[in-house]
Design a protein around this ligand. Structure first.
Ligand SMILES: [Zn+2]
Length: 136
């Protein structure tokens, strides 16, 4: 899968087009700048080139950290708890089937996503009570 696509949105203040890259996943070893933006909290923030308005554009995104063998997936969805629980089950089944020793976490809010990315980068781990390791 391609790591990013060009995208654009109208500025809510002046209507000008704000162009940005819509990333599908960020790899901490290959995408150094984007990883820094994630940990600093500016990744989803974009600035209108015309009027300077700052807007947050949240979208589904994966984060891969090869060093700690961790994958975090953020899914942006309006679906209910039941559907989300199904996503979580399928997500972890996938890693179980692959038989790979990978820590994985699926989250549904950008705040939780950024928090997990920071933990993986700075503490080398996911929150213990929520980390999911593929079972064999
Ligand atoms: Zn603007």
């Amino acid at each position: 899968m391609k790591e990013k696509y060009p995208a654009e949105v109208s500025c809510p203040k002046c209507g000008s087009l704000i162009k940005f890259d819509m990333w599908t996943h960020v790899d901490s070893e290959l995408n150094i700048e984007e990883t820094f933006e994630l940990t600093s909290g500016s990744f989803f923030r974009h600035i209108c080139p015309k009027c300077g308005e700052t807007i947050n554009i949240y979208h589904s995104l994966g984060f891969i950290d090869p060093r700690s063998k961790t994958i975090i997936n953020y899914i942006q969805t309006d679906e209910d708890e039941e559907k989300r629980a199904e996503y979580v089950r399928n997500f972890h089944e996938f890693f179980t089937k692959e038989g790979v020793d990978i820590k994985s976490k699926l989250v549904f809010t950008p705040d939780e996503f950024i928090d997990c990315v920071r933990r993986v980068r700075f503490e080398y781990t996911l929150p213990a009570e929520t980390a999911n390791r593929a079972a064999f």
